[in-house]
Design a protein around this ligand. Sequence first.
Ligand code: URP
Ligand code: ZN
Ligand code: ZN
Length: 451
Amino acid sequence: MRILIQNGTVVTASGSFQADVAVEGEMITQIGQDICPNGYDKVVDATGKLVLPGAIDAHTHLAMPFGGTVSSDGYFAGTRAAACGGTTTVFDFVLQDFQESMVDAIKRRDAMCAPEAAVDYSFHVAVKDVSNGLLDTIEDAVAYGVPSFKVFMVYDFGVTDGVFYQVLNKAKEVGALIEVHAENNEIINTLTAQFLAEGKTDAWYHYLSRPEFVEAEADARAIAWAKATGAPLYIVHLANKDGVAAVTRAKDEGYPIYAETCPQYLEFTNDVYKLEDARNYVCSPPMKGEESRKALWNAIRRGDIDTIATDHCPFQSYEKDWGKDDFTKIPNGCAGIENMYPYMLSAANQGDITFEQAVALCATNPAKIFGCPKKGAIAVGMDADIVIYDPEKDFIVTNDKMHSDCDHTIWEGYKMHGYPVQTYSRGRLVYEDGEFLGEPGWGKFVKCKLQ
Ligand code: URP
Ligand code: ZN
Ligand code: ZN
């Protein structure tokens, strides 16, 4: 199939320009002025529209066993929703089993994902067990095409400080990237026990058991270890102002410390935990105060936040309801995979950031950081993962217009000016004007290599 996208404004991380974009098969083959439309199977008029790289959501939990259940979007529903929000690659977290090698963990999840994925995908491995030689299997996974690994400092599957330290050293040795969910587990457990004993059980205490300093302290500790070992570190879902300051300092000192945040931390504050439906907003780390929200936006504008991702981990209302009378029983996580790119582009459209910044944060930077050279930019030779964005289209989020399997969204009623109208995944139209046009199994495993 040969497609010509005419007269649009191409946006890259470094600039925007009027051009036609030609696609042959799965690849962008030409970008230029007035490309002759003869011989193309399809000509798309993008006059007045932006031509953007498909977004990369570097943080999803599809079909994840967690919180006493499994997250409610499987690989098909999650990637279908991704496509409909202009996201053409997702990085899902594989939870390593005890006594399982990193590559076996990846293959186990790939067997589930490959027949279902509607857009391209890759994985990070969440490390649980490095005993009996399993630490060394990190190198095998890097060779296999998965060079990024996550450690959780929280939850029942979180790692000890010793394991975190070993993983950082191994990453330094074999050229891997370690990601961290940074919160102080001991303090969370102490505060949680104290609140439950006092009969303080509503969702507000989810926030109070994990306030600003609980995250900031762990950010500082993780950064200190990365500095000491010389390993690069990527902090996922950064949500607090002191953590932001620590990242800025480390970057200024020249350390390879990367930070990701998510739209929920940019839009909402801890006020959501006082709402009637507060349980739907329960995720970890929780949304913080207004100062943290502002600090995140300022860091984005300065370039100290590298990527935006979603932490998409939805649970149905009945599952969220398990925690009506005990916040610790609410499965942690929210849906967001379909909202990320529209949200950031809408922020650009209203002048909060530039479109180039939105593209850098949502597409170009994650492609560079996680090592996917064919993704994240509109350029000749790249995969034809393309979003056509109408800056004049108004859109109000309602759950019935979303393409996830989740029965609610924390973005309900959110108004956007500007919205994606088409998504192409490797040259195939997978979304147009509210309708999913793709199919399960189209998405391919993207093998990554860090630069
Ligand atoms: O609440 C969240 N974020 N759930 C998903 C797991 C995680 O911590 O990333
Ligand atoms: Zn996390
Ligand atoms: Zn997560």
